[in-house]
Design a protein around this ligand. Structure first.
Ligand code: PAF
Length: 279
């Protein structure tokens, strides 16, 4: 049975009991509309912890676009059934007033890694992520937190945050889970029309082609330019960014001396897709 808890105080009591018994607590922070990517995080959490909390909170502070917040898919009953099937101990699903009570006045800002790409195209997004993640770590007191590498920049922001603020939660990045045709799983995929869904795998396909070209010696600018054109030709409306970056600092990379990552965001109809791969 997965217990649903909505208040921070009830969660604190539950976790205190677990900790008295010596349990290691793992948390998977999510915004719900769970898919196999989230469930793979919950399974990894189950392997690496004694007790597992999945949080579901559609965090208004990280949405720079009110329409995106309004249209974000929500289905708690279905999510709960999936978590029960996976043996998750607690679903922590607080309301907005529990997370941001009257008078709430704090904000966590991580500079550097949060600034390019998602930070540039979604102003304020990572302040919202960093603030809510800090709160979720405080509320769950988890020793380990499991994040999907699909949001590579988010993982770097959260890693920086826990180091800088001495938060005793170890971040465990987990591989992106993909559909058979390569499309990275995302809660936003359900908003694609059938025609858009058919086009969507082009993003990952062209990223792979660019990564192979760069590994083969093609100059990054040329490889990325060709990939950008191919993504647009496939039917995407725009490519916000398609960048080769240092995997950790997220500075622009011009060579492969250090681990590098290709990261992209592109719009398909009304849906914004992001993806990243190792080069
Ligand atoms: O990746 C997400 O779903 C969200 O950004 C997170 C980490 C749950 C914070 O709201």
């Amino acid at each position: 049975m997965t217990e649903v808890i909505r208040s921070a105080e009830a969660l604190r009591e539950k976790v205190a009991g677990w900790k008295r018994a010596g349990a290691l607590v793992g948390v998977v922070p999510t915004m719900g509309a769970l898919h196999d990517g989230h469930l793979s995080l919950a399974r990894e959490a189950r392997k690496q912890s004694d007790r597992v909390i999945v949080t579901i909170f559609v965090n208004p502070m990280q949405f720079n676009n009110p329409e995106d917040l309004k249209k974000y898919p929500r289905d708690e009953a279905h999510d709960l059934a999936l978590l029960e099937a996976d043996g998750v101990d607690v679903l922590f699903a607080p309301g907005p007033e529990e997370v941001y009570p009257d008078g709430f006045a704090s904000k966590v800002t991580v500079s550097g890694v949060s600034e390019p790409m998602e930070g540039a195209f979604r102003p304020g997004h990572f302040d919202g992520v960093a603030t809510v993640v800090t709160k979720l770590f405080g509320m769950t007191q988890a020793g380990r937190a499991f994040f999907g590498e699909k949001d590579w920049q988010q993982v770097q922001v959260v890693q920086r945050l826990v180091r800088d603020l001495n938060i005793p939660t170890r971040i465990i990045p987990c591989p992106t889970i993909r559909e058979d045709d390569g499309l990275a799983m995302s809660s936003r995929n359900v908003r694609l029309t059938a025609a858009e869904r058919a086009v969507a795998p082009a993003l990952h396909r062209e990223m792979q082609a660019a990564a192979a070209a760069i590994r083969g010696g093609t100059a990054p600018d040329a490889a990325l330019g060709a990939a950008r054109e191919a993504i647009l030709a496939a039917g995407f409306a725009s490519v916000e960014y398609l960048d080769l970056r240092d995997a950790e600092t997220l500075q622009t990379a011009t060579s492969l001396d250090r681990p590098a990552r290709l990261l992209a965001a592109a719009a398909l109809g009304e849906v914004r897709l992001i993806d990243n791969i190792a080069v």
